[in-house]
Ligand binder design. Structure first.
Ligand code: GUN
Length: 288
C-alpha cells in the first residue's frame, strides 16, 4: 500500500460546500437562485439514479431544480421543443439532458439545440471548440473533476507527461485538451494503440477512461505516477454478488503509484460537484 489515496469524496464535499456558500450572494444580487433543468427521457434505471442524485445535490446547494421526465416514446421534435422552452426561460441557467437517449432521438441534434451558454455538461460543439482553442466556455464535468484532483495533489502540472486512455467525447478528448491547456505533454491512447503498457509507463499522470474492468496493471505504471481512474464497471464478485471496480487494477497498482483514486469514492463524486460549479458559473455569467 504505497500510494496516497486521492479522496474524491472529501474533495467533492468541499467543492459542493463552496458552491453552496456562494449561492446566497448570487441570489441576493439576482433576486433568484441559480437554476438547473434536468431532462430525463424514458425509464433507464441507471439514468434515473443519476438524475435523482443530481436533483438532491441541486437542492442541497440551495439552487432551483427543474426536473422534466418524459416518456420513453417521446419524439425528437417534442424534446427539441422542451429544450427551446428551457433555452428561453430566464430562471434556467443550466440545461442537462441525461444520456443515453432512446434510439428514436439523435443525441447530437439535441445537444446542438442547447444554448451553449446554458450547456453545463460542456457537450455542445461550441464548448468543445472553445476548449480546443483555449476560450472560456463550459467543460465536461468528469474531466474537470479529474483536473481539479490532479491540481490539488500535484500543484502545477507544467511539463508533466500525461497519458489519457480512452478517446470519448465526454471524458478522453476533453481531458486531453484540459491537460494540454495545463502545460502537460499529452498522449491519447485507446483500443487501437500499439504497446499500450509501454506508452502508459512513460506517464507521470495516467487517466484511465476506457470502461474495461481492471485493465491497467501494475507493470504499466511508472513508480510514483499519479493515477486517476474514471472507470465504473460492475463485475461478478461470486456468491451471486457484484462489485464496482475501476479501469485500474487497484490492489496491485496501489503498490507502484505515488497517488491513486479509489473506485468508488474517487472521480465519481466529482462529476456532480462540478455540475453544481458549472451551474453557478453559468448563472453568474448570465447575470452579467
Ligand atoms: N449520462 C452519464 N453521465 C452523464 C453526464 O455527465 N451528463 C449527461 N447529460 N448524461 C450522462
Amino acid at each position: 500500500m504505497g500510494a496516497a489515496l486521492i479522496d474524491g469524496k472529501a474533495f467533492a464535499a468541499g467543492l459542493r460546500g463552496r458552491v453552496a456558500d456562494a449561492v446566497p450572494a448570487f441570489a441576493a444580487a439576482a433576486g433568484r437562485a441559480p437554476g438547473l433543468a434536468v431532462v430525463l427521457v424514458g425509464e433507464d434505471p441507471a439514468s434515473a439514479v443519476y438524475v435523482r442524485s443530481k436533483g438532491r445535490a441541486v437542492e442541497e446547494a440551495g439552487m432551483a431544480g427543474f426536473e422534466h421526465r418524459l416518456p420513453a416514446d417521446t419524439t425528437q421534435a417534442d424534446l427539441l421543443a422542451l429544450v427551446a422552452t428551457l433555452n428561453a426561460d430566464p430562471a434556467v441557467d443550466g440545461i442537462l439532458v441525461q444520456l443515453p437517449l432512446p434510439p428514436q432521438i439523435a443525441e447530437d441534434a439535441v445537444i446542438a439545440a442547447i444554448d451553449p451558454d446554458k450547456d453545463v455538461d460542456g457537450f455542445h460543439v461550441v464548448n468543445a471548440g472553445r476548449l480546443a482553442t483555449g476560450q472560456a466556455g463550459f467543460v465536461p464535468c468528469t474531466p474537470l473533476g479529474c483536473l481539479m484532483l490532479l491540481q490539488d495533489r500535484l500543484g502545477s502540472l507544467k511539463g508533466l507527461e500525461a497519458v489519457v486512455i480512452g478517446r470519448s467525447n465526454i471524458v478522453g478528448k476533453p481531458m486531453a485538451a484540459m491537460l494540454t491547456q495545463a502545460d502537460c505533454t499529452v498522449t491519447i491512447a485507446h483500443s487501437r494503440t500499439r504497446d499500450l503498457p509501454g506508452i502508459v509507463r512513460r506517464a507521470d499522470i495516467v487517466v484511465a477512461a476506457v470502461g474495461r474492468a481492471e485493465m491497467v496493471r501494475a507493470e504499466w505504471i511508472k513508480p510514483g505516477a499519479t493515477v486517476i481512474d474514471v472507470g465504473i464497471n460492475r463485475i461478478d464478485a461470486g456468491a451471486g454478488k457484484t462489485k464496482l471496480v475501476g479501469d485500474v487494477a487497484y490492489s496491485e497498482v496501489v503498490d507502484v503509484a505515488g497517488a491513486i483514486t479509489p473506485v468508488p469514492g474517487g472521480v465519481g463524486p466529482m462529476t456532480i460537484a462540478c455540475l453544481l460549479r458549472n451551474t453557478l458559473v453559468a448563472a453568474c455569467r448570465r447575470a452579467g
